[in-house]
Design a protein around this ligand. Structure first.
Ligand code: MD3
Ligand code: FE
Length: 194
């Protein structure tokens, strides 16, 4: 379910929270198990963080760059994720992980499934901030032709139920400018991982 502009009312406090997180756990480019540097830069907030390295993908309570726990999940993040999930019929969504993705022009995310979370009955909530992107929403098989969904600053999407295991990705971003975020897109994805 796409909730257009759902995050606009909290944009100022979201951006403040974002600065507090990235001051403690800066964005970094992870390496895939195959040894490729991801074009999207990532960091995390909350009890668990998604990481990738030569050993594989996993959720880890410790930031491997600092050796410390990930920054705490801001209250405004929890409130927004819970309200969005409830709009889509998922009551009582309490994420324990927020993966933050930062895209610059040319950055992309190739088609993948999110299946590292323990309970696939829980939805994922995503919040788009900054310059626009085209989201690819595929099927349950990698070869299924994806739908293109444009996502703009403030849009929130809830992915649950039969959509939870659909392949998805993001097309290479076009150069653009946003008055608050400059040349970047930041996507917050809220998960119940553990
Ligand atoms: C659909 N991020 O972090 S968010 C990811 O815009 C990821 O940064 C994209 O895919 C981004 O894993 C898309 C939306 C999203 C997240 C998880 C999903 C869509 C999903 C899981 C199942 C289906
Ligand atoms: Fe994903």
């Amino acid at each position: 379910m796409v909730l257009r502009g759902f995050a606009l009312a909290s944009e100022a406090v979201l951006l403040q929270a974002l600065d507090a997180i990235t001051a403690q756990a800066p964005f970094r480019h992870l390496v895939t198990p195959g040894g490729l540097r991801m074009s999207v830069a990532m960091t995390n907030a909350g009890p668990l963080g998604w990481v990738s390295d030569r050993r594989g993908y996993r959720y880890d309570p410790i930031d491997p760059d600092s050796g410390r726990p990930w920054p705490p999940m801001p209250a405004v993040f929890l409130q927004l994720a819970d309200a969005a999930a409830a709009h889509a019929g998922f009551t009582g969504f309490v994420p324990d992980a927020c993966l933050l993705n930062r895209y610059e022009a040319g950055a992309r995310l190739s088609l993948h499934q999110d299946r590292d979370e323990r309970d696939l009955g829980q939805p994922i909530v995503s919040v788009s901030l900054g310059i626009p992107a085209v989201f690819l929403f595929g099927g349950l098989q990698r070869a299924d032709r994806p739908q293109r969904v444009p996502l703009a600053h403030g849009d929130v999407v809830v992915w649950g139920g039969p959509a939870r295991l659909r392949y998805h990705g993001v097309l290479p971003l076009k150069p653009n400018h946003h008055p608050l975020l400059g040349e970047t897109r930041i996507n917050l994805t809220f998960r119940r991982a553990g």
